[in-house]
Design a protein around this ligand. Structure first.
Ligand code: PMV
Length: 300
């Protein structure tokens, strides 16, 4: 069985595409896949009830991505993959990366290929490129490695060991987010105002450093303030929606120490920081949306 986890970005989405550090946490729910010898290659995804074939010329990114990954394995039997997706697609939780990681893990296991989780995550970037125009690499690495990570483009990810567990509430706006479109929107905005862009990216870099320091010293109030400020920057990039704003407000009124968009935005999920486990349950219960609580920061 291959597995790729989902992820939550706590600080630095979008800015990470442009070279600043970001902090992400792997989550328990994700994608599992099984690969078995068959008459021809195919990829069946549950619960979507659809089957794809590898095809380098297909209009469907998934078929091109599938072909690219299979081409990495010479002299192999045809394989049928059954993939179970337990993440909402287009929600900012890294669904596409988790599918890629889980598929590669399943092929490796079926063919007896030995590869570290870090190598697996790196190979999954090839898969991600078919879905995002310009993926930073954070989703595929967080999916493969799990745990809490600081990542900067083109550098190996670094594990963060917080002082204690961090309880997060993730709520879905019910709107679908399109990462490719949002990444292009942000790049355009940054290119249009270089001086503003430099200041915003510098600030996100400082927020990532502050967030790590707050996690390591157990200062959840400071961490919450970082999340709120990062949300303001994402909002100024036009990545929020009325629904995401309402969810952030509701979470803060219910006691969250901070709340922000997570992932590409323009829909998808928001993440809120709780002071402790019971608070997280209370916040989750107060939100008028599909939500779940995630404990992050335990040794992966
Ligand atoms: O919305 P998601 O899960 O695809 O996350 C995208 C994260 C971005 O920073 C917006 C893009 C990237 O490649 O880092």
């Amino acid at each position: 069985m291959g597995f790729g986890g989902g992820k939550i970005i706590l600080v630095g989405e979008h800015a990470v595409v442009h070279g600043t550090p970001a902090i992400a946490a792997g989550i328990r729910r994700g994608v599992s896949s099984i690969a078995r010898p068959a008459d021809q290659d195919s990829l069946h995804v549950e619960p979507w009830g659809r089957t794809w074939r590898p095809n380098a010329k297909s209009e469907e990114p998934l078929e091109r991505a599938f072909e690219r990954i299979l081409s990495r394995y010479a002299d192999r039997p045809p394989l049928r993959f059954v993939v179970r997706v337990a993440l909402p697609p287009g929600a900012g939780l890294g669904c596409s990366a988790a599918i890629g990681v889980s598929l590669i893990d399943a092929i490796d296991k079926a063919l007896g290929v030995a590869r570290s989780r870090a190598e697996l995550g790196a190979l999954a970037l090839e898969w991600e490129r078919f879905f995002h125009g310009d993926p930073s690499g954070i989703d595929n690495l967080a999916s493969a490695l799990g745990g809490l990570l600081c990542y900067r483009r083109s550098s190996p990810p670094r594990r963060i060991s917080p002082k204690g567990s961090i309880f997060l509430v993730v709520a879905h706006s019910g709107q679908r987010s399109n990462t490719k479109e949002m990444v292009a929107r942000v790049s355009q905005r940054l290119a249009g105002s270089p001086e503003w862009a430099r200041r915003a990216l510098d600030e996100v870099k400082t927020l990532a450093i502050d967030a790590e320091a707050a996690m390591c010293s157990g200062d959840l109030i400071a961490l919450g303030a970082v999340l709120n400020r990062n949300h303001e920057i994402l909002r100024s990039l036009n990545l929020s929606t009325n629904r995401l704003e309402a969810l952030c407000r509701e979470a803060r009124s219910a006691g969250a120490l901070g709340a922000k968009i997570t992932g590409a935005g323009g829909g998808g999920c928001m993440v809120a920081l709780a002071a402790e486990a019971e608070h997280a349950d209370r916040i989750s219960g107060a939100l008028a949306a599909e939500s779940f609580v995630e404990e992050v920061g335990r040794a992966a």
